[in-house]
Design a binder for this molecule. Sequence first.
Ligand code: HEC
Length: 268
Amino acid sequence: MKKRARSVVMTVVLFVAVFGCGRFAAKDVQPKAEAVPKAQAIIAAAEVDSGHPEIEPGLSCNDCHEIKLDANTTATKVYLFGQSPGHSEGEGVMSKERVWAEIEKAIGGLKHDSKTFILATSLNNVPLSTTCEWTLDPKTGKLYGFHEAGTEKLRHIEANPKVSMNYHKEFDSETFKDFLCVQVRGTARLINGDDPDFERIMIELLPYEFGARVPADATPEQREARLKAFRQGVKKAFLISEITPEQITIANQKFRAEGMRVYQRWTR
Ligand code: HEC
């Protein structure tokens, strides 16, 4: 398990490190234009050799090079669509609707049924992973989290809204039975207390009622007053993150039982 989990984490971290922050860094630290030969497109697995022009700290490969993803993602593509053990090319791929239904089954649920994820953010090519709870809005397919203001992950998001997140169930590394893991790539936006959506999202989706500590013997009116006061009270000190997934990859060992591929992918 550990090895596998570590490689999943490393993949996410590497991905964020290589691709997540490039554009942000490029804005701040433009490579010098003088007399340097033009950087060609490179494959994701490319390495610099001793003859490479000097790379200033804070710059990543994709600040100068276009990176061809294909070479790097071949393994995943084979799992998803290609000729692989038990499947000929294109076989065992679920419909977009079915994949979404499976994603909802794995990470859906409002209020107290919300799920905890690891969120990967990146600032100046330094990745950060944080555990937090998010609620999937079944109407919009977006995820909402509730966060104390002023934390590092929020500063990352303000500077670089590209994020990746991952939900997984603990699994047995010998049998891979019950292997279930959901990887999200998307864009995050922060919603503050002044936004009219702030309270609506709390009321409809987020599990905040526990925090309001409504006494057990409160009347419905007292309960509502208490909840409302709580919602007003958190508007300054808390922010809501809205994550719009652009791509979600779900791996579920159970898909195998019906002849489907374990890895399925949804794109917006
Ligand atoms: C500051 C801009 C810049 C950054 C950042 C940068 N490179 Fe380059 N790279 C270049 C330039 C310019 C060349 C062409 C040098 C030459 O032809 O002498 C080059 C050449 C290369 C080549 C040879 C390509 C070929 O087809 O000949 C490889 C491979 C390469 N870079 C990989 C990388 C990798 C991997 C990274 C990230 C670790 C990286 N580069 C980061 C500017 C950059």
